[in-house]
Design a binder for this molecule. Structure first.
Ligand code: ADP
Length: 260
């Protein structure tokens, strides 16, 4: 694939590692995994940003309780900053009202994401996490081709694995020569509040089989956790301990350690 389709990162900013978080379809917890990885990297003392490229389903600002609108100056658009100092940009902090739908056609969606890459004054970052548009269609493909990702993490839920959606996401990354760092299965199980037993609501996971088949390691399995839903709804996500992806964040840090 030609490299010439790639856009330049913002002129006033630098970024060491760009990690895309992808899923074969919406609603599997991609934003939630993006946010967790960003919070964990920030807790390591690193400089972290989140680019919310899920333009039609932007949920990142709400998770961090950000309702302020982003401003700009002659240098470009300024990202918002979460309580712990994660920089973020999302269409939701640009719209007048966050409940306005974004009814834009594919090329405009993809161009907005490109502008978040080129026109946002991110500053100097160790990690930029990109909450990618879901699926394997036109918009995610354009984003994949225009932003030089250093690696991707694939998020799925147990039902996805059965329907092979994960493999589609994997093959898309493979075709564009982006390394797949690992698989995260969300909503894998529920923990019984009484006895702690793990109940696999969607049946036994096929994660290990898929992981072996495509040669990509499992980075985490996250249960359905009512505490998560509550913290997301109240915008207090940074208070969450994020233990489910602690190992995953350590692995990512290890993979990219020589660049930091
Ligand atoms: P996506 O980005 O894939 O569309 P989100 O991360 O926005 O999905 O998650 C969809 C919804 O499901 C959100 O309201 C989120 O709070 C909730 N959710 C995701 N994962 C979990 C989980 N493991 N436990 C409880 N709620 C979850």
């Amino acid at each position: 694939m030609s490299q010439s389709m790639q856009e330049e990162f913002n002129h006033y900013s630098t970024v060491k590692n760009v990690i895309g978080v992808v899923s074969g379809k919406g609603g599997v917890g991609k934003s939630f995994v993006t946010a967790m990885l960003a919070v964990l990297m920030k807790r390591k003392g690193l400089r972290v940003g989140i680019l919310d490229a899920d333009i039609t389903g932007p949920s990142i600002p709400k998770m961090f309780g950000i309702t302020r609108k982003a401003g700009g100056n002659e240098l470009g658009l300024m990202p918002e900053c979460t309580e712990s100092g994660i920089r973020l940009m999302s269409v939701n902090i640009l719209l007048e009202q966050e409940d306005q739908p974004v009814i834009w056609r594919g090329p405009i969606l993809a161009n907005t994401v490109k502008q978040f890459w080129t026109d946002v004054v991110w500053g100097d970052l160790d990690y930029l996490f990109i909450d990618m548009p879901p699926g394997t269609g036109d918009v995610p493909l354009t984003v994949f081709q225009s932003i030089p990702l250093d690696g991707i993490v694939i998020v799925s839920s147990p039902q996805d694995l059965v329907s092979m959606i994960v493999k589609k996401a994997f093959h898309m990354a493979e075709m564009i020569h982006i390394p797949v760092l690992g698989l995260v299965e969300n909503m894998s199980y529920v923990k019984c509040p009484g006895c702690g037993e793990r109940i696999h609501i969607f049946g036994e996971s096929k994660l290990a089989d898929i992981s072996a088949e495509i040669g990509v390691p499992i980075m985490g399995e996250i249960p359905i956790d009512p505490a998560i839903a509550k913290l997301v709804d109240t915008g207090e996500f940074e208070a969450f301990n994020c233990e489910y992806l602690k190992d995953a964040s350590d692995k990512i840090e290890h993979i990219f350690s020589e660049k930091l």
